[in-house]
Design a protein around this ligand. Structure first.
Ligand SMILES: [Zn+2]
Length: 242
C-alpha cells in the first residue's frame, strides 16, 4: 500500500510538470487529482496556489470526501474540491481526474454548438467518448455544481464544460494524461482547420468507429508515453519526484 501511494504521488506530480511544459496550466488554477480508495472518498490533489511547474510528489495533499486535509500542509481549493470530490465518488472508475483550461479544447468549448468533429486521426480516438455540458453556471463554489458535472460526465472519459474548459478522467494517471494530450492535439487541429474557412472533411461514421476501436486496442500506448515523459523529467527536473 505504501509503495503504491508513493508511486501514485510521483505519477501525479509528473503529470503536473508535463502539463506545465505543454502550456495546459492557467496561473495557479486548474487541478489534477488521483483517488486513493476504491470508493473515491480519499484522493490526492495539489495544495492551493502551487504552480504546476513546481509541484512535488511529497507535497500533494490527501483529502477526504468532506474536504478535510488528512495529509500534507496547505489548503485545498474550494472549486477543485467540489468538482473532483463529486466525480471521484460518483464515478469510481474515474481514478485520475485532470481539469484544465488548455487553450484549444477551451476554445472549442466556447463555440456555439462546439463539438470535436471526426476530421483527424487524433479526433477519432474520442469518437462517441465525449460528454458535453452546455449549462455553465459560474464558478463551482457549491457542491451542487460538482454533482451536476458528475452527472454530465457519466461513463465518458471526457467532459467538455461549455464556456469553461475540459475535464478528463482515466483509470490511471498515465491513461488520463494520454487522453488529455491527444484531446488538446485533436482540438488544435480542428481549430486550425476551421480557421482556414474551408469545409471540414469529416470521416464516415463506420471509419470513425473502426479508428476509435483501433486507438483503444493499441498496445500500451498511454503507458509507453507516460513512462518516457517521466524519464525526461528524471533527467531534467528530478525534484518532481521528491
Ligand atoms: Zn476550471
Amino acid at each position: 500500500m505504501h509503495e503504491h501511494v508513493t508511486q501514485a504521488r510521483i505519477d501525479l506530480a509528473a503529470a503536473f510538470r508535463w502539463a506545465a511544459r505543454l502550456g495546459f496550466h492557467e496561473a495557479v488554477a486548474n487541478h489534477f487529482s488521483l483517488a486513493l480508495t476504491e470508493d473515491g472518498s480519499r484522493f490526492l490533489i495539489q495544495p492551493r496556489g502551487r504552480h504546476f511547474s513546481r509541484v512535488r510528489a511529497s507535497e500533494l495533499l490527501v483529502v477526504d470526501a468532506d474536504g478535510r486535509v488528512l495529509e500534507g500542509a496547505g489548503a485545498v481549493d474550494p472549486t477543485a474540491f467540489h468538482i473532483h470530490s463529486a466525480i471521484h465518488r460518483g464515478v469510481p472508475q474515474a481514478r485520475c481526474i485532470l481539469h484544465t483550461h488548455m487553450p484549444y479544447a477551451t476554445a472549442l468549448a466556447c463555440i456555439e454548438g462546439g463539438r470535436l468533429e471526426p476530421i483527424s486521426q487524433n479526433a477519432l480516438r474520442f469518437h462517441g467518448r465525449i460528454a458535453y455540458d452546455e449549462d455553465f453556471a459560474g464558478m463551482a463554489l457549491a457542491s451542487d455544481e460538482g454533482a451536476r458535472l458528475c452527472a454530465a460526465l457519466g461513463d465518458k472519459p471526457v467532459l467538455f464544460m461549455g464556456n469553461h474548459g475540459v475535464t478528463v478522467a482515466g483509470a490511471s494517471v498515465a491513461a488520463a494524461f494520454d487522453e488529455l494530450y491527444f484531446l488538446e492535439k485533436a482540438c488544435e487541429t480542428q481549430i486550425l482547420a476551421m480557421s482556414s474557412g474551408r469545409p471540414l472533411k469529416r470521416v464516415p461514421h463506420a471509419i470513425a468507429e473502426k479508428t476509435c476501436k483501433q486507438w483503444l486496442e493499441y498496445p500500451d500506448l498511454a503507458q509507453l508515453h507516460f513512462t518516457e515523459l517521466k524519464r525526461i523529467l528524471d533527467q531534467e527536473e528530478p525534484d518532481y519526484a521528491d
